[in-house]
Write a protein that binds this ligand. Structure first.
Ligand SMILES: [Zn+2]
Ligand SMILES: [Zn+2]
Length: 323
């Protein structure tokens, strides 16, 4: 099965030059298949039908918590990208990549030298992804980037003069050899600035769905940001990109965690949660009970100082539980 490449671009204009971030560009040929694909008996088929009905019913219940996507401002993602969006039904029809029974762990690798604050933020973001997708996370021991790098694998950014590392090197030569058999995905967070190829000024990150590996940079996320903003940016980008690894496309219906983002201002105004349609996809791939998942997210947010979000997750759990 061949699918079109999935590409995500960021173009922060504040830097005075066009920058393009390709976060995922892959063909899904031969990728992991669903573990609840065509039900082999009637009972399983009935169960699957019931589960999807519950998820569809919940879409209506949590709709009031989300803003419909507003008309894009000049430099917003949808001002320059004509995307169709993806409903829950369209996602089911697309035969998405799901965690299988054998692959239910997301490995997270801190790659490079982190400040204590950056490490803390990576740990919290990994914890959020764990609860958000209902998968177990295994934090790998931090690993430095081995130097010297080959000429083609690093460069000085022509504008900032900061050293940048080529994403292809990290994906293919660092991460792929480390991929465990039970990995739903292996995600590296790095404080290093990244570039994908000579034509682009930088990327925030890049993933290969086919190979189940991805790398995300923190280098630009703390730009003019306090701790709370830096944390939310990292957590949003980590969980957004993990969604792509499970075939979730950009959301255009609501202001949603899975909506495309062209600049950090747009990232900042997005919620840390997925809209009703995207949440149905997540609950479906993770076999999660939606209300319990919201309660776990509320507990996680409260523990990590995100009180407003915690209260809202509690309200969503109540809305799902209400008849
Ligand atoms: Zn995206
Ligand atoms: Zn959405």
């Amino acid at each position: 099965m061949t699918r079109p490449p999935k590409t995500v671009r960021y173009r922060p204009r504040a830097f005075g030059f066009a920058v393009i971030a390709v976060l995922s560009a892959v063909l899904l040929q031969g990728c992991t298949r669903s573990d609840d694909a065509p039900a082999s008996n009637m009972a399983a088929a009935r169960e699957a039908k019931k589960e999807r009905k519950e998820l569809r019913d919940n879409i209506k219940k949590i709709e009031p918590f989300f803003k419909p996507m507003a008309k894009p401002e000049a430099f917003d993602w949808l001002a320059s990208h004509n995307e169709p969006g993806q409903t829950f039904e369209e996602y089911l029809d697309a035969d998405p990549v799901k965690p299988t029974k054998e692959r239910r762990t997301i490995y997270v690798l801190p790659l490079g030298t982190f400040s204590p604050q950056q490490k803390k933020i990576v740990d919290i973001s990994a914890g959020y992804i764990e609860v958000f997708y209902g998968l177990s996370i295994k934090m790998l021991p931090p690993q430095p980037i081995k130097r010297p790098l080959r000429l083609k694998d690093s460069r000085r950014n022509p504008y900032t003069k900061v050293e940048q590392i080529r994403t292809g090197y990290i994906l293919d030569e660092v991460l792929r050899p480390m991929l465990a058999a039970d990995a739903a995905a292996l995600i590296a967070f790095t404080p290093e600035d990244l570039f994908p190829d000579a034509s682009m000024a930088y990327v925030f990150g890049q993933a290969s769905l086919e190979n189940r590996v991805g790398v995300w940079s923190l280098a630009r996320l703390d730009d003019n940001a306090d701790y709370d903003t830096f944390l939310r940016r990292t957590l949003k980008i980590g969980s957004h990109e993990t969604g792509h690894m499970f075939s979730m496309r950009h959301c255009t219906k609501y202001e949603c965690l899975m909506s495309g983002t062209n600049h950090l201002g747009e990232t900042d105004r997005r919620p840390i949660d997925a809209c009703p349609e995207c949440t149905a996809k997540i609950c479906w791939i993770s076999n999660a009970d939606q209300a319990s998942r919201y309660q776990k997210l509320a507990t996680f947010c409260r523990k990590n100082g995100m009180i407003k979000e915690a209260d809202e997750f509690d309200r969503k759990a109540a809305a799902v539980n209400a008849g």
